[in-house]
Design a binder for this molecule. Structure first.
Ligand code: DGY
Length: 324
């Protein structure tokens, strides 16, 4: 890179990554760590050669119509990029990259955490203990649901879905069903010990736990709706570490209130950071604030991946994680 390209980083990133960015680029950091907002994003697209956004920055067609436009690269900090209109970016000559692979394990670990917490009433138990309500051990106290040996249905069999399958199968001897628009070769499925379902409906009907690992947006929007909740067994749980819009949150509340499903473990929500009040009131719902990739190791690796992509881009190469 002959001259240092100007990059605007929309949120605070781990220190080591910000340090590397400051060395390589003419960098503008967001000291306040507040979202830039639509106008701030449009201004940034007009000022910088590259924008490094996150899931909290809606880069839709309207924002990407920014004038003047200087940015040639959007280096997203995250694997999911449904907050970016990749087609609109392409039409404006902007390359978009993401950060796959480096967050697979952390996200699968968190999905398993939520599954276990929901099944074993861990959130409820922790609140109970902290509140000083525990009166002592007894055989019928807070009985949850056994996880080992149950059936897990995975929607979206990409890297994270497969990592979840591996944990559930090897750690908890679970039977693994999956649904994906592009099923894996049956020989590979046999090696992985997973069984394909032809439809999401079939998967939800047969699963004790349904875990979502598909991208958000497009045809996956509200994939889990009232009809599919009604198809789930009444003892089943929903786990979502994918995107909030994959679940119709109002329908989920109704299904939980009606006892159509037993509980849910949620890391993502339809209108983050807002969470439907009714969900907060339910003890059989475990909620985390979008922590899927939130380990220090992973967040550093994600940031470094954005930087690697940007360096390649400004050296005239194709970034390894170009998505459009
Ligand atoms: C991801 O990488 O998609 C995380 O959910 C943060 O955006």
């Amino acid at each position: 890179m002959a001259t240092k390209p100007k990059v605007i980083v929309t949120r605070r990133w781990p220190e080591t990554v910000e340090h590397r960015i400051a060395v390589l680029f003419e960098a503008v950091f967001n000291e306040a760590d507040e979202p830039l907002g639509r106008e701030g994003l449009m201004a940034a697209l007009g000022e910088a050669d590259a924008l490094f956004p996150t899931v909290t920055d809606p880069l839709d067609a309207e924002v990407l119509a920014a004038e003047p436009l200087k940015a040639k690269l959007i280096g997203n900090f995250g694997v999911g990029f449904n907050h970016i209109d990749a087609k609109a970016a392409k039409a404006r000559g902007i390359t978009v990259t993401n950060t796959p692979e480096v967050l697979t394990d952390a996200t699968a670990d968190l999905a398993m955490t939520l599954l276990l917490m929901a099944a074993r009433r861990a959130g409820e138990g922790e609140r109970h203990a902290r509140a000083g309500e525990w009166t002592g051990w007894r055989p019928t106290h807070m009985m949850g649901t056994q996880v080992t040996g149950k059936t897990l249905g995975i929607v979206g069999f990409g890297r994270i879905g497969r990592a979840m399958a591996e944990r559930a199968r090897q750690g908890f001897k679970m039977r693994i069903l999956y649904y994906d628009r592009f099923p894996v070769d049956p020989e590979i499925a046999a090696v992985l010990g997973v069984e394909a379902c032809a439809t999401v409906d079939e998967l939800v009907e047969k699963s004790d736990f349904v875990s979502l690992h598909c991208p958000g947006g497009g045809e996956n929007t509200r994939l889990m709706n009232a009809e599919r909740f009604a198809r789930m067994p009444r003892h089943a749980f929903l786990i979502n570490t994918a995107r909030g819009d994959v679940v119709d949150e109002a329908a989920l509340v109704e299904a939980l209130q009606a006892g159509e499903i037993a509980g849910a473990g949620l890391d993502v929500f339809e209108a983050e950071p807002k969470i439907t009040e009714a969900l907060k009131a339910m003890d059989n719902v475990v909620m985390l604030p979008h922590l899927g990739s939130a380990t220090t190791e992973t967040r550093v690796a994600m940031g470094m991946r954005v930087v690697d992509n940007a360096v390649a881009f400004f050296e005239g190469k194709t970034p390894q994680d170009k998505v459009s």
